[in-house]
Design a protein around this ligand. Structure first.
Ligand code: SF4
Ligand code: FES
Length: 253
């Protein structure tokens, strides 16, 4: 027997620049296995063309469709209605937290992208290799390298920043994705510049180890682990510098 459509009351955050936000309610009959993004597109196409939202790839690659669904950070293109409601009912959709709202579900991620660039992270680093004759990717060589290389899968979706309690209380906080990127770059090519980007009050030491970032990351980047790893490196270097013989310091000076 085929499953009946579910009646879902979409409660969508609406806000135009500079205006007061409000919640718009629309009831739709949906296939429970429909993706949230598809339902939003139907709402836009059939009910309200003023609704603004971001999307591009529809398969969890571009990072554009991040939003909060019933209070949890999700990529709307890979989240089914069944996975977030039970037999329909209310489905609340909000923009990501900790970013300024541009319009409805669209947030301004400009500062975040600039910080990612500053860390030297290149999200398409491996795409060039993919065009060359096939060689066994470095990622398969050993377990430790797998963990390091994995960050190239960061799709810069911002879900980790939205979920982070520290980012919610400190607007200066560098944030999990950027710190993870710094850890990744530092593991390959250590530099004082990268340490300086991370080793300060609004950087590595602002994280509360809540692990919310790791929980919501759709790409397995594990930013919380990377922040802890970077802390370990910074502390180890500090301790080593305390015990380094003075003669060594002179030589290095
Ligand atoms: S670390 Fe994960 S959650 Fe954060 S921006 Fe990258 S892919 Fe998105
Ligand atoms: S539309 Fe590209 S990640 Fe969802």
């Amino acid at each position: 027997m085929t499953e009946q459509p579910w009646q879902v009351h979409f409660k969508i955050y609406r806000q135009r620049s500079g205006q007061k936000p409000y919640i718009q309610t629309l009831t739709l009959a949906v296939d429970p296995d429909e993706y949230i993004l598809d339902a939003i597109e139907r709402i836009w196409a059939n009910h309200d063309r003023t609704l603004t939202y971001r999307h591009a790839c529809h398969h969890s690659t571009c990072g554009a469709c991040g939003m909060r669904v019933n209070g949890c950070e999700k990529l709307a293109c890979i989240t089914t209605i069944r996975s977030v409601t039970q037999n329909g009912g209310n489905l609340r959709i909000d923009p990501l937290r900790n970013f300024p709202v541009v319009s409805d579900l669209v947030v301004d991620m400009g500062d975040f992208f600039l910080r990612m660039n500053k860390s030297g992270f290149d999200s398409v680093a491996l795409s060039e290799a993919a065009c060359l004759p096939y060689e066994k990717p470095k990622i398969l060589m050993d377990q430790a390298e797998q963990v390091t290389e994995r960050l190239v899968d960061c799709i810069e979706c911002g879900l980790c920043i939205s979920a982070c309690p520290a980012a919610n209380t400190d607007k200066e906080y560098v944030g999990p994705a950027v710190l993870a990127s710094i850890q990744f770059m530092y593991a390959q090519n250590p530099s004082q510049e990268l340490i300086d980007q991370a080793d300060h009050h609004s950087g590595l030491w602002r994280c509360h180890s809540a692990y919310e970032c790791t929980q919501v990351c759709p790409s397995g980047v594990d930013p919380a682990w990377r922040i802890m790893d970077m802390r370990k490196k910074v502390l180890t270097d500090r301790i080593k510098s305390i015990f380094r013989p003075r003669s060594q310091e002179k030589k290095n000076a």
